[in-house]
Design a protein around this ligand. Structure first.
Ligand SMILES: Nc1ncnc2c1ncn2[C@@H]1O[C@H](COP(=O)(O)OP(=O)(O)OP(=O)(O)O)[C@@H](O)[C@H]1O
Ligand code: SF4
Ligand SMILES: [Mg+2]
Length: 379
């Protein structure tokens, strides 16, 4: 987690300290629906510093997009609690007009599907110029000149020609580059990229991730990359926040998440990218599906799927607390804090510990039974 209390130049860190660029505290987002209340985000806290890249990872429905949209005031109908401070301002209590000024200029977002974000009937150059005009008073010619430069910056070949293209005339990768150019147009302090490469093939994915990384370095902005795939952020993120059922379940620097994970959910996600660690471990698949967020399981919401679930996990919700992987490493799990790692020995230690902390009720957990069968499987 970023150091939220760093000294301002020359002034000792007493009361006058800089804060992280973005600090989210105990964020809660619910949606009332005909079927019941969807608890999309449940007590989520994290922060991001300028110049830092945070990867937010979790399966579908874990609340990643809802979190991002809430920060930008784009979740009409949601009930929101908690706080989100950006550059010293509280985003959640801000008037819509003030938030609109921040959106696009100070915080920009790239969405998963560029086709739904770009208007099909307007040339891409015009659309980027409009985004600039919405925030800055500048002549049309000057804006178009900037647009061509932006397209060049994001490696679109022949930018002075492509500026006049319609979205359907560009490939998926090109359209996503256009979205990145639009997001960067006003040099935002924070860029949120929500599954920016999911629809693209692996080579284009890698190119776009490199592009985002170099843009982030060049502009010194903070970057939040949202993805369901740990592999996508392996090289680009400084810090990783793992989300499950609307909560943060593990947070650390990227290396620690890959080599010294603590939370069984993170461990399970790593099972799908075994080459990422290079460690020949026992495959610990994540069995079952993410839970309904209308009827969230008691205690640790991961317990119905967790191979190590114990009695306490059914009853008490664990909070993010320090564990042994490295400085700032936190995990929300009742396993002992020193049980970090990915190898067979550590998985066996986790299983032994869990077995000695179960009673008859915990023995009947579906995750436990499936995991026993799965334990025989080796990668
Ligand atoms: N407007 C809404 N009304 C009701 N429920 C919603 C609404 N928006 C999101 N949800 C629910 O909130 C939960 C979290 O959704 P979210 O879109 O944040 O997931 P995600 O982690 O981004 O998943 P994905 O990887 O599929 O994009 C889901 O159960 C979703 O159905
Ligand atoms: S061991 Fe318990 S607390 Fe930890 S992830 Fe599994 S169910 Fe949750
Ligand atoms: Mg999403």
């Amino acid at each position: 987690m970023g150091d939220a209390r760093r000294p301002v130049a020359g002034i000792p860190c007493s009361n006058l300290c800089t804060m992280s660029l973005l600090t989210v505290e105990d964020l809660g987002v619910t949606f009332p629906t005909a079927d019941g209340v969807v608890q999309a985000v449940r007590g989520l806290s994290f922060d991001v510093d300028s110049g830092q890249t945070l990867g937010v990872v979790g399966e579908s429905g874990s609340g990643k997009s809802v979190t991002a949209l809430t920060l930008l005031g784009l979740n009409p109908g949601a009930d929101i609690t908690g706080a989100a401070t950006f550059d010293g301002k509280d985003l959640l209590s801000m008037e819509p007009d003030a938030l609109r000024k921040i959106r696009g200029a100070d915080i920009a977002m790239i969405f998963q599907d560029p086709l739904s974000s770009l208007h099909p009937h307007f040339r891409v150059g015009w659309q980027i110029a409009e985004a600039i005009h919405a925030h800055v008073k500048i002549s049309r010619e000057a804006a178009m000149k900037q647009v061509v430069e932006l397209l060049r910056l994001v490696n679109i070949p022949q930018p002075d020609r492509r500026v006049n293209a319609y979205p359907h005339e560009l490939s998926g990768g090109m359209r996503q580059r256009v979205m990145i150019a639009m997001a960067l147009a006003l040099k935002p302090k924070l860029l949120i990229a929500d599954e920016p490469t999911t629809a693209l093939d692996a080579t284009v994915q890698a190119q776009l991730m490199e592009l985002l990384e170099s843009m982030q370095r060049e502009m010194g902005m903070a970057l939040i990359v949202i993805t369901h795939d740990l592999g996508v952020i392996a090289t680009i993120a400084d810090q990783v926040l793992v989300m499950y059922a609307g909560r943060g379940v593990e947070r650390s620097d990227t290396r620690t998440i890959f080599y010294q994970p603590h939370h069984p959910y993170t461990r399970g996600l790593l099972g799908s990218v075994p080459e990422a660690t290079g460690v020949q471990g026992r495959l610990v698949p994540i069995v079952g599906q993410p839970p309904s967020l209308i009827r969230v399981p008691s205690g640790c919401a991961f317990h119905p799927r967790c191979p190590f679930a114990m009695e306490i996990c059914l009853e008490r919700q664990p909070e993010l607390t320090p564990v042994a992987g490295g400085p700032g490493h936190t995990s929300a799990c009742w396993l002992p804090p020193d049980m970090v790692g990915v190898g067979v020995a550590m998985d066996t230690a986790r299983q032994r510990y869990a077995a000695s902390h179960r009673n008859e009720r915990a023995e009947l957990l579906p995750g436990v039974i499936d995991a026993r069968e799965a334990a025989a499987v080796r990668v």
